[in-house]
Design a protein around this ligand. Structure first.
Ligand SMILES: C[S@@+](CC[C@H](N)C(=O)[O-])C[C@H]1O[C@@H](n2cnc3c(N)ncnc32)[C@H](O)[C@@H]1O
Length: 243
């Protein structure tokens, strides 16, 4: 009998869907408007880039990691799509040959690790065409406090409360107000803010994996709370569409 859960046979896809569905739900109307030039800054191994390429867009990934770019190449080849990879980072973005401009810039999980987020956003603003869209995904500070407290690390939770400095491998985390101030300071207009992974990281994976239909219900719940102010401080990440 067919399951009501579209990812029933693939636990890894079930978890990925719960983590990324809200981002792609916001991005699809932008990407569905017609083929355009997409720049994925810090696009890593190309998970988002190939997805955008599969939708018919011309996609360029700029990333400092040669290993990530090699994985991107493999991924694109396996899926039969074309994605251009450039080794570089936000500080060299303006020097990328032919990069001149992009209609859509993806910057997912990167503001956490750049040296100067304000300068990074100013550079992105320069490469974005008039009327273009920035899709920005950044770790949200208060979720880290909740996660640490839930794990019994109360001292670490306390330390994370007002910690604006980049911390460890996962880098800096921001609040919604900080993120909006950074964007406005760089000349962006914030169009949408969504909370991403409000519950997905709090729920034990085993529960989602074993309960029939649980992952689909979790995705539905994530979408339902993503735009609600009261849940934003619980979200692992903030997703912003800015123009
Ligand atoms: C957490 S990964 C995110 C990868 C991808 N955007 C995603 O959402 O799956 C961060 C990526 O940023 C890249 N990165 C690190 N420093 C950077 C910089 N200064 N400018 C651009 N990308 C950078 C890393 O090589 C890595 O691929």
């Amino acid at each position: 009998m067919p399951s009501s859960d579209p990812f029933a046979d693939k636990p890894s896809e079930r978890r990925a869907a719960a983590r990324t569905s809200v981002v792609w739900g916001a991005l699809r109307p932008v990407l569905d408007a017609g083929p355009c030039d997409v720049l994925d800054l810090g696009g890593g191994t190309g998970v988002s880039a190939v997805r955008a390429a599969e939708l018919g867009h011309r996609v360029t990934v700029v990333d400092p990691s040669p290993d990530a770019l090699a994985s991107l190449d493999r991924r694109a080849r396996e899926l039969g799509v074309q994605v251009t990879g450039h080794q570089g980072d936000v500080s060299t973005l303006l020097d990328v040959p032919g990069r001149a401009s992009a209609d859509v810039v993806l910057c997912h999980g990167v503001l956490e690790v750049v040296d100067d987020p304000a300068a990074a956003l100013a550079t992105i603003r320069e490469v974005m065409r008039p009327g273009g869209t920035l899709s920005l995904l950044v770790a949200q500070r208060y979720a880290a406090v909740v996660a640490r407290a839930m794990a019994g690390h109360f001292g670490q939770a306390l330390a994370a409360l007002d910690d604006t400095a980049p911390a460890g491998r996962s880098g800096r985390r921001v609040t919604r107000d900080e993120l909006e101030a950074l964007l406005v300071g760089a000349g962006f207009e914030v169009a949408q803010v969504h909370g991403v992974r409000v519950f997905a990281d709090l729920v034990p994976g085993s529960l989602v994996d074993s309960e029939p239909g649980a992952s689909a219900a979790l995705v539905e719940l994530e979408h339902a709370v993503a735009g609600r102010e009261e849940f934003l401080p619980l979200a692992t990440q903030l997703h912003v569409l800015a123009r």
